[in-house]
Design a protein around this ligand. Structure first.
Ligand code: BG6
Length: 496
């Protein structure tokens, strides 16, 4: 696909995201020769910097030195909160466009706190930068998460954005969709004939989606206090992954076909009637490998009596013909034993048991594990005859690890997402209707948590898989998988 010449304007360019993700991703795109011939970055922010000091700062922060992208980086010091300053942005953009010899194609990337979105968008529009300057040219805007705080605020933000930009111009980021292994869920399902016939309630007993992190909130306590695991991970990343695992086959691989199918999954979600279907918890201090790890309430920027959850687990149901009454177990948390994200499909056991099994009962469920990270790959667990007399079955693995491809590097999520935006492909970005549908599902839980002090906030020692209440959600099905760092392993004694 062709990438038109353009300028990428990054608001909040002196912040962490630009430094850690965006500019390194641009360097890799430049290295892979994916950037157009005429291209420039205009970093914008309040921190006073020159082009040179901006380049030096980014270069010093990069793990791998920036060589290709450096000359393309420019900087404009500007008070983004002051609408009258946007004339200066227009002048700087026009001058840069003239310098590199392009018309007006432009991406505005909002890498700023959500409370500034509206002001910046109004500022851009106040000098007409939201309009295409001529036929065939384009303006696009990328909005980082969190996109809203609940259904009402998400709707309001959509309304505000849509009063200046059209839906085709708006790119709402969910970086999980930029992960190669998340996209591979669609290819596994719809690029093979063997899975789809059994991908339904007749053959699948349950689905489990985990996104576990080993680290705590670190220096993001201030942000996290206003978010919590349900907003930070479930409403976006986990639900997007669930949609890919659950959707009907799209009629084509086009962005609208795929996004229509995601929306239909969210529209079919069964409202959460029982609040015990969702478990929330906070990590507490613990000794891990001989070191004291602080509890959430001891973290910097966190209130000592905080009611923000760092762990959430829930049972979700999709009320349609394919999934009726099949539980989707979702869990995420900080300070869990391992950093691992994966989708586990548990197939129903055989209808009539012929063979003895040497492993425990749940082993007779075939399982397909789609590992998002780390040790990215696919694992199928199935029964095989144990060699020797009689008919005893044991579970064995059939696995594929991306690392076996040798030399094939998995691109970083931001690399893929930036390139897609440059090429005008919205498949991996969220559409307003789907985003609102996920908030419509989650908001009643947030309201209840906020308003009803009787709803329990559990604790779990740092380094464990969450509170017993989360284990209990899946108990009647044999419990959650205990994933290990290595995709092929599971169980208590693996390397985490
Ligand atoms: C972000 C959350 O969206 O995703 C963070 O705000 C979280 O709290 C991160 O740590 C996890 O992303 P990844 O790619 O490391 O799994």
């Amino acid at each position: 696909m062709k990438t038109d010449n353009h300028i990428l304007v990054i608001f909040g360019a002196s912040g962490d995201l630009a430094e850690k993700k965006l500019v390194p991703a641009l360097e890799r795109l430049a290295e892979a020769k994916f950037l157009p011939e005429r291209f420039a970055v205009l970093g914008v922010g309040r921190t006073p910097l020159t082009d040179d000091s901006f380049r030096e700062k980014l270069n010093a922060a990069a793990d791998n030195k920036l060589s290709r992208i450096l000359p393309a980086l420019h900087y404009l010091t500007m008070d983004t909160g002051d609408i009258s300053a946007y004339g200066g942005l227009k002048t700087a953009l026009d001058a840069l466009a003239k310098k590199i010899g392009i018309d007006c194609n432009c991406i505005f990337y909002l890498s700023i706190p959500p409370s500034w979105y509206t002001t910046v968008v109004k500022g851009i529009a106040s000098v007409g930068l939201n309009f295409n300057c001529k036929e065939g040219a384009w303006k696009r805007i990328v909005v980082e998460k969190p996109f809203g705080y609940d259904l009402t605020s998400a709707k309001l933000l959509n309304r505000e954005l849509l009063s200046y930009f059209s839906e085709e111009q708006i790119y709402r980021i969910d970086h999980y969709l930029g992960k190669e292994t998340v996209q591979n869920i669609l290819v596994t399902r719809f690029g093979n004939a063997i899975f789809e016939p059994v991908w339904n309630r007749n053959f699948i007993e349950r689905v489990e989606i985990t996104a576990a992190e080993q680290t705590g909130v670190g220096n993001r306590g201030g942000y996290y206090e206003g978010a919590g695991a349900l907003r930070d991970m479930v409403q976006n990343h986990l639900m997007q992954v669930a949609a890919l695992a659950a959707m009907e086959a799209p009629s084509s691989a086009s962005d609208s076909a795929i996004r229509n199918e995601s929306l239909r999954v969210f529209q079919a979600l069964r409202p959460i009637a029982d609040i015990d279907q969702v478990v929330r918890a906070q990590y507490t201090g613990a000794m891990i490998a001989g070191k004291h790890v602080p509890g959430y309430r001891e973290e910097h920027g966190v209130a000592r009596d905080s009611r923000t959850e760092t762990f959430a687990a829930m049972t979700m149901y999709i009320d349609n013909w394919r999934w009726h009454d099949v539980p989707f177990f979702l869990r995420t948390g900080k300070r869990l034993p391992s950093r691992v994200s994966e989708v586990v499909i548990y197939f129903k056991p055989v209808p009539h048991k012929l063979f003895n099994s040497i492993a425990h009962v749940s082993d007779m469920n075939n399982r397909l594990i789609m590992r998002i990270q780390p040790d990215e790959g696919l694992l199928l667990k199935y029964a095989m005859k144990t060699p020797g007399a009689g008919f005893t079955a044991q579970t064995v693995n059939m696995d594929f690890h991306y690392s076996d491809l040798g030399g094939a590097e998995l691109p970083e999520a931001y690399e893929r997402l930036l390139l897609d935006c440059m090429q005008g492909d919205q498949t991996l970005y969220l559409r307003a209707d789907a985003l609102e549908a996920t908030w419509a599902y989650i908001t009643p839980v947030l309201d209840r948590w906020g308003n009803d002090p009787a709803v329990k906030m559990y604790g779990y020692p740092a380094g464990t898989w969450g509170p017993p209440a989360a284990e209990e959600l899946a108990n009647s099905y044999g419990g959650w998988r205990q994933p290990c760092r290595n995709l092929s392993n599971d169980g208590t004694f693996c390397e985490l």
